[in-house]
Design a binder for this molecule. Structure first.
Ligand SMILES: Cc1cc2nc3c(=O)[nH]c(=O)nc-3n(C[C@H](O)[C@H](O)[C@H](O)COP(=O)(O)O)c2cc1C
Length: 341
């Protein structure tokens, strides 16, 4: 039996629902080619960070200021300014190159820090030929003077501003920390998002006990982490309807995880950690596992499977909400009880 694993995401026809989520090497032609050869449906580039652009500009202007103290030498700095290739130029050059290297859709990702920056770089990304744009909303609500409503309004404003500035499909990659997420998700769609990427993974800093410094710690994800995006996709799928794209990201490692993501209603299921651990070739294994499951359970397409376990279709939708909490707590079995059984 031939199984159709094609899917539609952000209005794009993809050959597979397995997508490489934003990761550093996806912007390198060799990795992008390997990912395409292994069978991904699309590639998300790492984010262009406005913070990095601004830091480079500050560094450049500082060196120019130092140069003017030595007038004769200062002249030598001007060619340096002309030839200066900043983070944005490097990003766009990489996007342009990847677009010539692979036929699968290439989704650019943007994390700006100023309202003007979101719009400016979104326009440049569209002009360079990205098939879609993912806005990477990553912030920690640490300011005690800003309310949840205030922070959400700022996010919605920037979604609307980017939507008004570009014509390419727009996905919003969000954190799970919104206090009323179902409401925010619908508002993000009303503001112009074509799809949501659930969820951005927050990396918690650690303390170095020798230096007493706060240090970054990046740990790759574990399979159980997929339950959070799966739960929310199950809840949102019926609320947002089939016209809104949903991508599951975090914790996806195997073909069975992809199957679960599709069952709760995702259009695509994304992977980074598993591909960093096992390399781009891992996509082949994941696709083979997904196909084997579909065959064993007599599904002819990914489309047929999609959403069969969302809140609209399962026998007990509350399993995704409150009741699940109590049952989960009561399901704990002590080692002594386990030995007695
Ligand atoms: C080394 C590394 C770099 C990442 N860079 C980005 C990035 O630039 N932009 C972004 O939106 N997500 C980035 N992510 C997050 C991933 O795209 C993904 O959402 C997250 O790792 C959860 O998926 P996973 O469990 O498959 O790893 C990065 C993750 C890792 C591990």
């Amino acid at each position: 039996m031939t199984i159709n694993i094609g899917t539609r995401y952000l209005g794009l026809d993809l050959r597979s629902p397995i997508v490489a989520s934003a990761a550093p090497h996806n912007g390198e032609p060799v990795t992008a080619r390997l990912l395409e050869r292994a069978g991904v449906g699309a590639i998300v580039l790492p984010s262009l960070f406005e913070e990095e652009i601004l830091a480079e500009e500050i560094e450049l202007s500082r060196s120019l200021e130092q140069g003017t103290e030595h007038f004769a030498e200062a002249l030598d700095y001007f060619p340096a300014v002309e030839n200066f290739v900043g983070a944005a130029d490097r990003y766009l050059a990489s996007l342009e190159r990847i677009k010539t290297e692979v036929a699968v859709p290439v989704i650019a990702s943007l994390n700006a820090s100023t309202s003007g920056g979101w719009v400016r770089y979104a326009r440049r990304i569209e002009a360079t030929g990205a098939d879609a744009l993912e806005l990477n909303l990553y912030h920690v609500a640490a300011d005690p003077h800003r309310t949840a409503a205030n922070m959400e309004a700022a996010d919605l404003e920037l979604i609307a501003a980017v939507r008004a500035s570009v014509g390419i499909p727009l996905a919003i990659k969000v954190s799970p920390y919104y206090s009323a997420f179902a409401n925010f998700a619908a508002a993000a769609v009303s503001a112009g998002a074509d799809g949501l990427v659930l969820f951005n993974r927050f990396y918690q800093p650690d303390i170095d006990l020798d230096t007493l410094d706060v240090v970054p710690r990046l740990e790759l994800s574990q399979p159980w982490e997929m339950r959070l995006p799966a739960r929310w996709i199950a809840i949102l799928r019926p609320q947002l309807g089939p016209g809104v794209s949903l991508a599951a990201t975090t914790g996806v490692q195997t073909g069975n995880d992809v199957v679960k993501g599709l069952m709760v209603g995702a259009d695509v299921v994304m992977m980074t950690s598993a591909l960093l651990r096992d390399g781009p070739e891992h996509v082949r294994t994941v696709e083979a596992e997904m196909r084997a499951w579909l065959t064993d359970h007599e599904y002819e397409s990914v489309e047929e499977l999609r959403g069969c376990a969302s809140a609209a279709t399962v026998e007990d939708p509350s399993a995704f909400e409150r009741a699940n909490y109590m049952q989960t707590l009561r399901s704990w079995v002590t080692p002594r009880e386990l030995n007695a059984t």
